[in-house]
Write a protein that binds this ligand. Sequence first.
Ligand code: NAD
Length: 320
Amino acid sequence: MENRHNKRRRSSGSEKAKEIEAINGLVSGKNVLITGGASGLGNAFMNHFLKHGANRITILDVDAETGKRVELSVEKSCGEKKVHFIHADVSNPEQMTAAFEEAVRLMNDIDIVINNAGILDERRWEKEIAVNIGGMVCTALLAVKYLSRDQLGHGGTLVNVSQHIDIRTTAQLPVYTATKHAIIGLSQSLASTYQYETSGIRVITLCPGLTETALTVDSPNKLLSRVMKADFVKNLEQLSIQTPYVVAQGLMSILRIGQSGSIWVVENGRTPYEVCVPNPRTLRRTYKNNFTLVETKVTTRGRPIREVCDNTRTGLMSCA
Ligand SMILES: NC(=O)c1ccc[n+]([C@@H]2O[C@H](COP(=O)([O-])OP(=O)(O)OC[C@H]3O[C@@H](n4cnc5c(N)ncnc54)[C@H](O)[C@@H]3O)[C@@H](O)[C@H]2O)c1
């Protein structure tokens, strides 16, 4: 008699095979553009797209040496020019415009854009904002132009890489966290502005948890102040770190099922899960106490500030 264990193993094996088949169906023959594709997560994404049969892949990166090396190594192993490297800084709109034009010239068209390049350097926070917000916005807008059915494309998928959204784990990274939260706003707005039905663009946000890349290895030395280092390292030690491979594997599953506007977390090396953006109505704080509305005499630029204050029990105050 067949034991239940074997049966379960066999059915999960066949489910996995079915999933791989579905991912292959989705990625096979597609042209992909990945920013920051020379190393770290971007490079793991590239390898997974290759594995699942992507037609051509363009990687954009500031690291010319590594980018060229990756291009050559794929050429050697695949025997053909599957991967193109373009030297570009995502925070430079002229370079990015030229890079997208070149990518289209090389691949004919673009089906999937992975908006991934980012840095962590709180000491150079202006640069951090320029790359993580400026660069990601620039990439996203170019992706819309080249993917959108009503512009130069025929539809496709845009994946914006944010970060794990639990602020407790990034308390010592205020600027980096701000930039990554901005990406959620960017994705949500694009998903509703460029409706999938008309533009054909599916916008997905990927939020990886702590992942072993150069970005994380260097992070303790990139804080705003040295005083924060001990707490930051203590925080990191409490988290389990995953490999870029697992995140890339997760992204493939997300591409299979993720709807436009969805936000996905891949953490602790586990399968991805979807999260929802908080709804202001359900989040609205209501106090059981009786509030009294107080018109204060304080003014800013001539305008009175109204305060709702519970002066009976808790003394809590908030501006109305
Ligand atoms: N590693 C993590 O734990 C983690 C967690 C959540 C989110 N992320 C995000 O994932 C993305 C990739 O991070 P990673 O961990 O692979 O980092 P990484 O440093 O290992 O790789 C980043 C790649 O982007 C390139 N790059 C940097 N600045 C660039 C620019 N201005 N223009 C073009 N390319 C540029 C780098 O040369 C590098 O190849 C980032 O957006 C990061 O914020 C990382």
